[in-house]
Design a protein around this ligand. Sequence first.
Ligand code: WT7
Length: 590
Amino acid sequence: MEHRYISKDPAIASESNLPDYDTLRAHFTWQSARRTTVGGNIAHEAVDRHVAEGRGDVIAFRFLAEQGPSREFSYELLARESNRFANVLERLGVAPGDLVFTLSGRLPELYVAMIGTLKVRCVVAPLFSAFGPDPVRQRLQAGRGRVLITTAAAYRQKVAPIRGDLPDLEHVLLIGDDVAGDIDGQGVCVLAPLMAAASTEYSIAPTGPEDPAFVHFTSGTTGMPKGAVHVHDAVVAQETTGRYALDLRPGDVFWCTADPGWVTGTSYGLVAPLACGVTCVIDEADFDAVRWYSILEHEQVSVWYTAPTALRMLMKAGDEPVAGRDLTHLRHVASVGEPLNPEVVEWGETLLGKAIHDTWWQTETGAIMVANFASMPIRPGSMGRPVPGIEIGIVRRDSSGERVIAESGQPVFVTQPGVEGELAIRTPWPSMMRAYLNAPDRYKACFAGDWYLSGDLARIDADGYVWFIGRGDDVIKSAGHLIGPFEVESALMEYPAVVEAAVIGVPDQVVGERVEAFVVLGGGAEPSEAITRDLMAFARRRLGSAVAPRRITCEPALPHTQSGKIMRRVLRARAQGLPEGDLSTLGGSG
Ligand code: WT7
């Protein structure tokens, strides 16, 4: 297959942080990338180190409020405020290793709390603010969270109703000042006065590279979400990829549009850019085409990391919101999370004057593994090449689609370029997940011999560029977010009239995949518009807008395998109007 290249101006390439990929790749070691400072705590590497080295005045964060003035935090202010939070947390009696959950929009307090939590060596477990009470309960229970940082509104809506199911949750700290009625004697406190009373001095105790730092919940095909555990050493991979894959340089204004409820929003919305010492723009508001272009222009964003869904939404908004804007500060644009179609790459080239650099990674990898680099020609549709320090391979699959593993336990790789198989990464690397919380078997199942098996299907061409084929499982990717069908099905099953439910992703032009559900009713309930509407509202209330199905269809029965498993792939074929026998284009094991 032949592809068009988007070549790079040699001057731009030579100025980039990675002018010579092959040479750096040949010499790079993670050990040499590791800084040997006391502790190596992420909060030290990302924040305090800059103050100690005389860069405290540099702006770390510019928070754009949905309404009202924006707020700036220099590295020094961020160091002091996160010290306050560390002191607040310590006063609560937490121990290193305890999970501290967050559930909030993109407010300054959230970022301060995350950094402060790392300082006391507690583990940050972010939840997405568009989750409903079900996903919140599920994750807080799985992580036995002792502390939750949230807003009064989120607490009222999503936590208070399930508080009885959370015996481990001792302390809830509320961000904001509209909180009067929420102090219910169950350990709920308002954060602001505690912060005001806390000292701005805090000294981070020595932190081991293998001490846990973050837990990110992620969905698989079966079972409830898994908590991927990441350690402080991950900052080495995050800083390195920030420098080489995102081309972050001192003086840059960086905008990562991802929410810190997901791994992109912490690895690249917080850790990597701060470790690189740049200025991060954080926008509290949700997507809006005019607002986004105006942020790019007025904040003079130089490096922008976003997602295909957002780019497609901008594309849909047309040229008008961008006409006459000065986007000349924009130097590097990158994307992640779902397939970046070549049309979008080309649109970026024409409209923004910038090609879009796709990158690939996963919650489990903790940092970018494959990228189109600033210095390298882009092949629209390809995810790029492995980052320095990362070795990848394509594992063979047999005729039934099972991965081939040799008797030695090592995977068997395809030997020819262009052959499809499962994308694997040689272990270890600093930001590799170290465990799934309380699920050692599920963790073990991700590895064979020396290799991590990603579950994604891909091929590598003769020049080493990686092409995404599809996922090897039933997990849904909607607007860049992973959604586990099982979690949605479980919520639907709670509805009294539902006896069976199957949830799939249906291709969508803008968000990649839409969540759709098929249910079988029982107990004498008849399919009707009223019951579907009620069920939709029920699902939205329980799951929240990020996860709830966009459409629910009542079926007389669902297709099953002989062993009784629901065949989601048959439903996917039906939803796409494909013959049910022809499942070749669908991926997934059903
Ligand atoms: C899955 C991981 C967003 C990264 C961190 C969130 C899909 C990721 C690409 C890409 C096609 C992609 C894969 C992967 N994915 N990047 N450039 N092209 N698909 O990670 O939520 O754990 O999702 O996102 O299927 O396995 P995540």
